[in-house]
Design a protein. Structure first.
Length: 138
């Protein structure tokens, strides 16, 4: 029996598979649906702006934001956590995210007690045997 021609099964403009490839992943599908419904991605600058605004609001306004189910969930969670017993830690994290961590200065003292002399072109083995710095090797 003669082998079948590979061209008989090749895809052409008239011979297309019924399956149009791999199905979309779940998140990709959801992202497309949400974008079609008018939802947008949140930019880094918008997150920082939200943090900065929340830090300047009175407690009553923060409470109002945390309870309004029409607000984005991210904003409600942040507003709710600002008013908890652990608010100081949470606010510190927000400040670190919005403005960066506080600069920590380290002061170091570097003292050189004896000058270090490099003798280029000298025999390394001879230097390792104990010749003093600055000695020339003949």
């Amino acid at each position: 029996m003669a082998p079948k021609s590979p061209l008989k099964h090749a895809f052409t403009s008239t011979n297309q598979p019924t399956n149009n490839g791999r199905p979309r992943r779940l998140l990709s599908k959801i992202n497309i649906e949400l974008e079609n419904e008018g939802f947008e991605r949140v930019k880094k600058s918008q997150i920082l702006e939200a943090f900065e605004l929340l830090l300047n609001l009175p407690e009553s306004k923060v409470d109002e934001i945390s309870k309004d189910i029409e607000n984005p969930l991210f904003l409600r969670i942040v507003a709710k956590n600002i008013m908890t017993a652990e608010a100081a830690d949470y606010i510190e994290k927000i400040l670190d995210r919005a403005h960066g961590k506080a600069e920590q200065k380290n002061q170091q003292d570097l003292t050189i007690h004896q000058p270090f002399i490099l003798n280029f072109g000298a025999d390394i083995d001879a230097q390792a045997e104990g010749s003093a710095p600055g000695d020339t090797i003949a």
